[in-house]
Ligand binder design. Structure first.
Ligand code: ADP
Length: 273
């Protein structure tokens, strides 16, 4: 009977081993598919601006350089293509670092109100081109101090504000609001009254290179990585990100941050003799 029990245990162990190996192989296959997809997407993203630059340079060499006005115009377009390539590569570099956990956070105390203002200044011109108004939902006269990586959070707000302009409507608004939550948290909301997003696409928004409308979004000049970067940064802070959107009405992206308490309480330490 002992031999039979041993045999059963051995069979169970072999079966478990085989199952584990099967799962491992399946995981490797999925990873391989992701890797291939990622590489396929990268070359696709880079091809368009690369062909644009190549096209203008070829035309210039073929004789267009002789006309002063055309020369300037084509050089400017080639320059735009190079700019686009540069930020696509920068975004790819950042997402790779974030995904392999190769980006440490420099957590400091800073004023989130001032940071939002800086982002507004940064994108004022871009918004003006579509006559979009950038507003705070109220007058923030007092600073709101949070504890996070300032540069990365600036990138998060910038990506959300840029999207709200890109997918916002002509003469629309982008509004930022900061609200207190319980447990010393704040929630930062970026709301637009733009084109909105259909429900079915919402779960996929934070995937690398996912776009609701491929050609439309590419025309707007994104890398398709903006929201994937946002999600990674927020999750690296152990915070949460939410989306609420309705087609034709607009979208709201919000995320939480740790707030530095307003009530700094002096604690008196009594040492008993
Ligand atoms: P992209 O570079 O294409 O803007 P993102 O990762 O920033 O890449 O966004 C992914 C997709 O999500 C966009 O292509 C767009 O379809 C959709 N999207 C993002 N933000 C908004 C928004 N505020 N309103 C409507 N659609 C949005």
């Amino acid at each position: 009977r002992e031999i039979a029990t041993d045999m059963r245990t051995l069979t169970e162990q072999v079966e478990r081993f085989a199952k584990d190996k099967k799962i491992e192989i399946e995981t490797l296959k999925v990873r391989e598919t992701y890797r291939k997809e990622f590489l396929g997407n990268i070359s696709h993203e880079l091809k368009t601006p690369l062909f644009t630059v190549q096209g203008y340079i070829d035309t210039l060499i073929d004789g267009a350089h002789k006309d002063k006005v055309i020369r300037k115009k084509y050089l400017q377009r080639a320059q735009k293509g190079v700019e686009r390539l540069t930020y696509i590569v920068k975004d790819m570099d950042m997402i790779t670092k974030l995904e392999v956990g190769d980006m440490s956070l420099e957590v400091v105390e800073f004023d989130i109100v001032e940071l939002v203002q800086q982002v507004f200044d940064q994108f004022e011109m871009k918004a003006a081109k579509k006559n979009i108004t950038l507003t705070f939902d109220m007058d923030y006269t007092d600073p709101i101090i949070v504890f996070a990586d300032q540069e990365r959070i600036q990138q998060v707000i910038a990506n959300l504000v840029v999207n709200s302009i890109k997918y916002g409507k002509q003469n629309g608004t982008t509004e930022v609001a900061i609200e207190d939550l319980i447990n010393n948290k704040v929630i930062v909301r970026v709301t637009d009254n733009g084109e909105g997003i259909k429900k079915e696409f919402i779960p996929r928004l934070f995937e690398r290179f996912f776009r609701v409308d491929q050609s439309g979004s590419r025309r707007e000049g994104g890398s398709g990585l903006g929201l994937a970067i946002v999600k990674h940064i927020i999750e690296a802070h152990n915070e949460s990100i939410y989306v609420d959107s309705e087609p034709g009405i607009g979208s709201e992206f919000s995320f939480t941050l740790e707030k530095v308490s307003d009530n700094i309480v002096d604690i008196e330490v009594v040492v008993e003799e």
